[in-house]
Design a protein around this ligand. Structure first.
Ligand SMILES: Nc1ncnc2c1ncn2[C@@H]1O[C@H](COP(=O)(O)OP(=O)(O)OP(=O)(O)O)[C@@H](O)[C@H]1O
Ligand SMILES: [Mg+2]
Length: 248
């Protein structure tokens, strides 16, 4: 299958400090690909490096074309949507205003977004800051879906959400992935198992494993070794972060 994104020897630093040592992986042009790894191993930095939000070296190809020398706005213009960790909605603006600000193209996908998030339609005049965490996450995903992107980068969308809302966010991502490939950083392994085809495991700023998400997560010893958690404990699956957030 052709790759939408090819990352080769990506190295990233923040303030001169290396945060990604060297990651190499590719993302297929359809479906959801997961990025897994313990806290602080460089998952968020990898996404930020791809977008040029932090200093990076190495090669990044989008649909075969190099984008690693481009500034962030030009990468976004080529069709890379970003749903950051911790959401980031405009708290003092309404839901409708948040969505309107995300529209980049002549014909934004308003109907698609409205169908996917009927609750946001009902709350269009509500201040985003007064929404629940789950609803804010929906706004954040909806913003990225307004435009025809080639790829979405989604960082820990279920973090800190109640189990029922986790399911709703996962439903939305599953539906969205029918229209755009998604590179998904996710610590909830039940969600990964349900959504992701392939998984890339990062440890200490390097890719340490690539393979079928199910194969990794069905193998308890491998999961334990790569992620330091057990895949098959439903009690763990309900919390977003499997280990304490020591590094964030
Ligand atoms: N703004 C920053 N300044 C300095 N170091 C940073 C900064 N942001 C992250 N780091 C460091 O870079 C490394 C990778 O962090 P990153 O946030 O990419 O990891 P992560 O895998 O996304 O972690 P988490 O699971 O907590 O979200 C960590 O050691 C972190 O302490
Ligand atoms: Mg992170």
């Amino acid at each position: 299958m052709s790759a939408i994104l090819e990352v080769t020897d990506l190295r990233c630093s923040i303030g001169g400090q290396p945060v990604v040592e060297s990651v190499t992986f590719s993302v297929p042009a359809t479906g959801i690909t997961a990025v897994l790894g313990r806290n602080g191993v460089g998952k968020t930095s990898t996404l930020r490096g791809i977008l040029g939000l932090i200093h990076r070296r190495g090669e990044v190809r989008l649909s075969g074309e190099r984008v690693d020398a481009l500034p962030t706005h030009r990468i976004v213009k080529r069709g890379v949507g970003y749903v950051p960790e911790d959401r980031e909605v405009f708290a003092k603006l309404t839901v409708a205003e948040n969505l309107a600000l995300a529209e980049r193209q002549r014909n934004p996908r308003r109907e698609f977004v409205a169908e996917l998030f009927p609750d946001l339609v009902n709350r269009r005049d509500q201040m985003a800051g007064t929404l629940s965490g789950g609803q804010q996450q929906m706004v954040s995903v909806a913003r990225a879906l307004m435009n025809d992107n080639q790829l979405l980068l989604v960082d820990e969308p279920t973090k800190g959400l109640a189990p029922k809302i986790v399911t709703e966010v996962a439903d939305a991502l599953e539906e969205a992935a029918k229209t755009v490939p998604i590179l998904l950083v996710e610590q909830n392994l039940e969600v990964v198992k349900r959504l992701a085809h392939d998984a890339i495991v990062i440890d200490s700023g390097r890719v340490v494993h690539v393979g079928s998400a199910r194969e990794i997560l069905d193998d308890e010893e491998l999961t334990q070794r790569l992620l330091g958690v057990h895949a098959e404990r439903p009690a763990d699956a309900d919390t977003a972060a499997p280990s304490p957030e020591a590094h964030s």
